[in-house]
Design a protein around this ligand. Structure first.
Ligand SMILES: NC(=O)c1ccc[n+]([C@@H]2O[C@H](COP(=O)([O-])OP(=O)(O)OC[C@H]3O[C@@H](n4cnc5c(N)ncnc54)[C@H](OP(=O)(O)O)[C@@H]3O)[C@@H](O)[C@H]2O)c1
Length: 286
């Protein structure tokens, strides 16, 4: 049976079922209070991996997590992402991983998250307009300066992973992936081969009741929900998978965390495996 913990970069131990904070509203006041309560409950339930990004509210989501969780519990990893920026005050968000932007966003994340070091920092997207060596070189410098512990990437191909690994030590990859959306199966396989953590984003949104009769059938057999089946499938699919489901609702949080203990039988797994053809997104399926 796959372990419930994973050591990111070989040394940073986290529970494999994480929490994505992107959908936690930071305003108005009552919604913020609920968000704070949901984030705290996640940690209370044993979640030790929480994902955020500069992009989520331009740092507001990082501030919310610090308000909710600082001082951080022993072993809690709050990981953030940089590399998407506004074109100017109030301007559009666009991929921007120029060295100065990455440095600014890291400095701001350190302040907003109230830490001296970001144990895991992920590049939100490779910026096609900035040389890869400049983007990753800046992240490596930040690592050498002690401001960043480990580095990860997001929404990358197998080829990009290979190129990046020539420049930095990649310890995590965050790509869109789920039971019904297996376009990035080759990236997951590459991560598994290299012992790199794979954090699938959008892990449950696709698995709403009615999305696939087979998921609903397995859920009924187990007395579970479709979202729980989707998460249990991910956890059992590969030992390097660390799903980061997100929700703003306490009930959904508790439901998602409980999926840690759900075990699919071999037969159920086989039936679910056939739902998505590796390498093709749901839109492309017949
Ligand atoms: N690297 C990237 O480019 C990238 C992109 C997007 C997201 N992310 C990260 O990945 C995390 C997860 O991605 P995501 O939020 O797009 O997708 P997700 O976690 O698969 O789905 C979240 C959606 O599903 C609903 N939901 C959650 N649990 C549920 C349950 N048990 N039953 C029914 N509905 C449920 C939520 O609504 P309710 O609030 O109503 O529960 C929300 O609308 C984000 O929080 C973020 O940290 C990364």
């Amino acid at each position: 049976m796959a372990s419930n913990t994973f050591r990111i970069g070989g040394d940073l131990a986290v529970g494999r079922l994480g929490f994505g904070a992107m959908r936690l509203p930071t305003e108005p006041g009552p919604a913020r209070e609920t968000s704070v309560a949901v984030a705290r409950r996640a940690v209370e339930l044993g979640v030790t991996l929480v994902d955020t990004a500069h992009l989520y509210g331009g740092g507001a989501n990082e501030e919310l997590l610090a308000e909710a969780l600082h001082p951080y519990a022993e072993g809690l990893l709050v990981t953030t992402k940089v590399g998407v920026a506004r074109t100017g005050p109030g301007g559009e968000w666009k991929l921007d991983a120029r060295p100065g932007i990455l440095r600014d966003q890291v400095e701001n994340a350190l302040t907003r998250l109230r830490v001296e070091r970001l144990e895991l920092l992920q590049l939100h997207r490779i910026d096609p307009e900035t040389p890869l060596a400049d983007q990753l070189g800046t992240l490596r410098e930040l690592q050498d300066e002690g401001k960043v512990g480990r580095l990860g990437l997001s929404e990358i191909s197998v080829e990009e992973l290979g190129l990046a690994r020539e420049l930095i030590d990649v310890v995590s990859v965050q790509n869109r992936y789920s039971l019904l959306d297996r376009e990035h199966e080759p990236v997951l396989a590459a991560c598994e081969a290299a012992g790199i953590a794979f954090l699938p984003w959008r892990p449950v949104a696709v698995a709403v009741p009615g999305a696939a009769a087979e998921i609903d059938a397995v859920a009924a057999e187990l007395g579970a929900t479709a979202a729980q089946v989707a998460l249990a499938w991910l956890l059992g699919h590969s030992p390097v998978v660390l799903p980061i489901p997100g929700t703003a609702r306490m009930a959904h949080l508790e439901e998602n965390v409980a999926a840690r203990d759900l075990r699919l039988t071999r037969d159920q797994r086989d039936r679910l495996d056939t739902l998505a053809i590796p390498g093709r997104s749901p839109e492309e399926r017949d």
